[in-house]
Write a protein that binds this ligand. Structure first.
Ligand SMILES: *Cc1c(COP(=O)(O)O)cnc(C)c1O
Length: 344
């Protein structure tokens, strides 16, 4: 099976498992796990920030970030494709008691003018605009990304208006290998940053929330109340440490494979449109008489797992567990597929 459902399906390599098995561990709730402590300070330093906190998921790091950056009755501003809105079960309302102000951007990206228009004036009867969340790369946007030059004006506008800015950087490193920008430069643009190591970087579990010392101290308390305080978490932290030290550059391969398959799909008779491929995600729309819910099982029958992303859209995500021979088979299957085979 060629699994293109998500880059979360990656499994630890033998070298990563070896590294995990030899990790030094302790009880992280008491702050005594050396591998967790090392990962947290390594990551903070990487982004030029004071501290970071290790969490079981990217949903948790985002939810904690919203909690740390807001008060109840505040409002968070983000694109309507954002993970924090679409895929976190409405947690912003449940965990933080905040409302959401959605911007209809382009492929998941919003502009400084849109943010300017979204910020509400201060009246007793209005929610208080307090936080902007940017996603980089944008998952539902088809892996599109912001450059720091696009982010800077948004950051400056937020500073002028006393809004905080959080980065959902679940796939940030897929962006940085393309732009050549440094994590440290990214660190300067945001109050808090969440990154996932369990996606393209290949760790089995693990996300980090990065920020200033005071915020991360608060974040540790929220992690505990959400049930995310882990004990000998150092085995997992070691996997993340290994991934950050060894696997970042390989993301370039995933991005290149996505670009190549994007070009191939443009030539397929059953494809109407391929969204611009910028990182490791390919989203394409089927011709008008085809439904994604019919198409995905057809591909599955040929050994390709993909996901329906809306009525006529299909998503492929490329990752490090796809081999060269998987790529050969994928090309072959896609090129051979004819309209009459898909039509039901
Ligand atoms: C995957 C993802 C997350 C976090 O997901 P978890 O499964 O909770 O780790 C957050 N934001 C984006 C954009 C994602 O793609």
């Amino acid at each position: 099976m060629i699994n293109l459902i998500s880059d979360t399906v990656t499994k630890p390599s033998p070298a990563m498992l070896e590294y995990m098995m030899t990790a030094e561990v302790g009880d992280d709730v008491f702050g005594e796990d050396p591998s967790v402590n090392r990962l947290e300070s390594y990551t903070a330093r990487l982004f030029g920030k004071e501290d970071s906190v290790f969490c079981p998921s990217g949903t948790m790091t985002n939810q904690i970030a919203i909690k740390v950056n807001t008060q109840p009755l505040d409002e968070l501003i983000c694109d309507h494709f954002s993970h924090v809105y679409q895929y976190e079960a409405g947690g912003y309302a449940f965990n933080s008691g905040v409302s959401i102000n959605l911007i209809h951007g382009t492929n998941g990206k919003i502009t400084v003018d849109q943010v300017k228009q979204a910020i509400k004036p201060e009246f007793d009867w209005l929610p208080r605009s307090r936080l902007v969340v940017l996603e980089n790369s944008c998952n539902k946007g088809g892996g599109s990304f912001y450059t720091l030059d696009e982010i800077r004006p948004i950051r400056n506008l937020c500073l002028e208006n006393e809004l905080r800015v959080h980065l959902d950087g679940a796939r940030l490193f897929n962006v940085l290998v393309e732009t050549g920008e440094s994590p440290e430069d990214v660190g300067q643009m945001f109050d808090s940053i969440s990154i996932c190591i369990s996606k393209g970087l290949g760790a089995p579990v693990g996300s980090l929330l990065i920020g200033n010392e005071k915020d991360i101290q608060k974040a540790r308390r929220f992690r505990k109340v959400m049930g995310g305080g882990m004990r000998q978490a150092g085995y997992l932290a070691a996997a993340c440490q290994f991934a950050l030290e060894n696997n970042i550059r390989d993301l370039k391969i995933d991005n290149a494979r996505a670009a190549e398959i994007g070009r191939l799909l443009e030539k397929c008779s059953w494809v109407e449109e391929v969204r611009p491929v910028q990182t490791n995600i390919v989203i394409f729309r089927l011709k008008s008489d085809l439904k994604a819910s019919d198409f995905v099982p057809k591909l599955m029958a040929q050994g390709i797992k993909s996901s329906a992303f809306g009525d006529r859209e299909v998503r492929f995500v490329f990752h490090r567990d796809i081999t060269d021979s998987d790529m050969d088979r994928l090309r072959e299957i896609l090129l051979k597929l004819r309209l009459d085979q898909i039509d039901t």
